[in-house]
Design a protein around this ligand. Structure first.
Ligand code: FES
Length: 106
């Protein structure tokens, strides 16, 4: 599946993602700037924050309690589409996923 990351300057980076990996891991592998992921995916740093595009938001399982709490502490404003990308698993259904990289992660 393809994941499209919209960077802060408005440019788009598309990464050919592997099923079962996280949206964060594919950003790191694809050298997408602006997704820091300091904790390496253990849901404790909140520096992998992304804004999921409306068209895809409803296809995602809702955040669990831990992610929800961390989302309250993200560096950029928490918006309805806010998620932690390390908690988003790539499925075939998410092909074409669009996520926006926030202004700041810390
Ligand atoms: Fe740290 Fe997602 S990588 S919370």
């Amino acid at each position: 599946p393809t994941i499209n990351y919209i960077l802060k300057d408005g440019s788009r980076r598309s990464v050919d993602a592997r099923l079962g990996t996280s949206v964060m891991e594919n950003a790191v592998r694809g050298n997408v700037r602006g997704i820091d992921a300091e904790c390496g995916g253990s849901c404790s740093c909140a520096t992998c924050h992304v804004y999921v595009d409306d068209a895809f938001f409803e296809r995602l399982p809702p955040p669990d309690e831990m992610e929800n709490e961390l989302l309250d502490g993200v560096a950029s404003e928490r918006l309805p589409g806010s998620r932690l990308s390390c908690q988003l698993t790539v499925t075939a259904d998410l092909d074409g996923l669009v996520v926006h990289v926030p202004e700041a992660q810390s």
